[in-house]
Design a protein around this ligand. Structure first.
Ligand code: FAD
Ligand code: MLT
Ligand code: ZN
Length: 511
């Protein structure tokens, strides 16, 4: 029988994702991007003047145009505190019409703009590089409609994911995506990064569940692709251009999202394993035994889990020296049926010697405690100082190799942790290396090696976080020259003056 000896004891302490200090580094300590990356050249954009500010105040009102340095600062620094822009103005529109008026004016006046949602992006895409104006969607937070029959939600782009989850739950629905940043990230940011997260295994990518978007192009034109239909083959599927283009092709203002029914029964198993081979064997078994009720298959190595346990002061549900842990979630409509399936799976995995120990939860508070361990890793690693963060897709058989290879390569350097966690079910590894502070020599040891290795194994240099500012120089490892040329042509058509999120996604000069 499955030895869930810790079954009843896992009572992890709650932590607040929003109030938790991501790092001891304050915004003002972060080196300006233009200093750290001193070979970068500012594009030939206009600089913001009092005349421009007066115009923005005339369309938004004074209170929605931030120019005070202290107010603007948090919009200049990314969540990881690794890049810092020097914007002098933040604009907070409430409507599509206001976004359109802002962009029309910026385009005419060649003012660069950085669209920003919840600013939880992990590749430096959400903050300015130089002095781009920040266009924040924070006040575009209206739910427009929820259709209980079709399950379609229509809302503005600035709605916070967790708030949407609560809203659609009232109608017996759920959001098709979930991620650790749900308390802060906006649905428009999720769409613009094509965020993956912990439910992708079950509900697929946003390319499937986003039925339509409304977006504003650089010249202020509103592109209405806000279809709420499941089937619509009328010409080019333009909405996909806005999914994952990270604010370089348009500002997403509204979205229509297909929400699945909220499951009646959710179970979570947190399991201890002693080898990565056993992780893979357990995955194969989970797929065959759990089938349609499997909703997450997340893994973390010992250093990743212990970072969360230690920094967040959470109770560890497996022995503390466990090499690999898995968080497996099932979601379905019938608790008895699901529990029976899960129990059979756990018995078989135990009998085959794949898993050593673990704990099970079916009450919401205990499920949350177990998820906190997995979702808290990102924040906990930030507490070390600086995180070199890699988000790669790999063929499953090579999934963990790079963590051991990297540990060997970094011996003798001042790194603190080199660890791996991620979405095994999607072939997506998060390789993280932490150090007390940014160190150029350490970076040079990690990159481009990590990307060359990923490319050699036919992986992707960005599985879910995107290219942003940090990865424009390595996008060629995953995209052919022809594909990059086509991307540049699309950008030139949609944003000929290059005002939207310059220095991001596309390699080369912005202007
Ligand atoms: P921002 O960070 O504000 O912006 C991200 C990018 O989108 C920027 O390029 C910005 O210019 C652009 N953008 C934002 N809003 C718009 C808009 N309305 N129109 C056009 N462009 C826009 N990501 C995953 O994929 N999976 C995860 O599991 C995951 N977990 C995370 C956990 C934590 C703790 C953190 C901090 C981050 C995590 N992320 C994850 C990364 C991040 O949360 C996602 O990329 C998220 O989708 C970003 O949303 P946001 O609103 O914060 O966007
Ligand atoms: C995750 O899966 O936890 C997120 O993508 C964030 C991260 O990579 O740390
Ligand atoms: Zn992830």
């Amino acid at each position: 029988m499955f030895a869930h000896n810790l079954l009843k004891t896992a009572r992890a302490k709650h932590f607040n994702l929003k109030s938790f200090h991501t790092s001891i580094v304050t915004s003002f300590d972060v080196e300006l991007t233009q200093v750290r990356y001193s070979n970068l050249k500012r594009g030939k954009y206009s600089s913001i003047t009092d005349k421009h500010i007066s115009f923005f105040e005339s369309i938004l009102s004074k209170s929605r145009v931030l120019t005070d340095a202290a107010d603007v600062e948090s919009y200049n620094v990314d969540w990881l505190k690794t890049v810092r822009g020097a914007s002098k103005a933040v604009l907070k529109p409430k409507t599509t019409e206001e976004v359109s008026a802002i962009l029309r004016y910026c385009n005419e006046n060649v003012l660069a703009v950085c669209p920003q949602g919840g600013n939880t992006g992990l590749v430096g895409g959400s903050v300015p590089v130089f002095d781009e104006i920040v266009l924040s969607t924070a006040l575009m937070n209206e739910v427009i409609s929820i259709n209980k029959t079709s399950g379609v939600l229509v809302c503005q782009a600035g709605c916070i994911l967790e708030n949407l989850e609560a809203k659609v739950a009232e109608q017996g629905l759920m959001m098709p995506l979930d991620l650790g940043a749900k308390g802060s990230c906006h649905i428009g940011g999720n769409i613009s990064t094509n965020a993956g997260g912990i439910r992708l295994l079950r509900y697929g990518s946003l390319h499937g569940s986003v039925l339509g978007v409304e977006a504003v192009k650089a010249d202020g034109t509103v592109v209405d692709c806000l279809s709420t239909l499941k089937k619509d083959n009328t010409g080019y599927h333009l909405k996909h251009l806005f999914l994952g283009s990270e604010g370089t092709l348009g500002v997403v203002t509204k979205a229509a999202i297909q929400c699945p029914p909220k499951p009646q029964a959710v179970n979570v198993a947190f399991l201890a394993l002693d080898s990565f081979e056993n992780v893979l064997a357990t995955f194969r078994l989970a797929r065959s035994c759990l089938g349609e009720i499997l909703s997450s298959f997340e893994f973390m190595d010992c250093d990743s889990l212990m970072a969360a346990v230690t920094r967040l002061k959470l109770q560890c549900p497996v022995p503390e020296d466990t090499p690999f842990s898995l968080l497996i979630e099932t979601s379905g409509g019938n608790s008895e049926h699901d529990e029976a399936k899960l129990s059979l799976f756990l018995d078989e995995a135990t009998n085959k010697g794949y898993i050593n120990d673990g704990t099970l939860a079916s009450e919401p508070s205990r499920i949350k405690n177990l998820w906190d361990l997995r979702e808290g890793i990102t924040q906990s690693l930030s507490c070390d100082g600086y995180v070199y963060k890699y988000d790669i897709s790999l063929p499953i058989e090579h999934f963990y190799d790079i963590v051991d290879i990297m540990k060997e390569r970094l011996k003798g350097t001042p790194y603190i942790k080199c660890c791996g966690y991620g979405h095994v079910g999607d072939g997506n590894l998060h390789l993280n290396i932490t150090a007390p502070s940014f160190d150029r020599n350490l970076l040079n040891l990690i990159e481009p090696f990590v990307y060359e290795w990923t490319s050699k194994h036919r992986g992707s240099v960005s599985a879910e976080h995107g290219i942003g500012f940090k990865k424009t120089g390595v996008v060629h490892f995953s995209k052919s020259g022809e594909a990059l040329k086509l991307m540049a042509q699309i950008k030139a058509i949609m944003d000929p003056k290059g005002i939207l999120n310059p220095y991001k996604v596309l390699p080369g000069d912005p202007h």
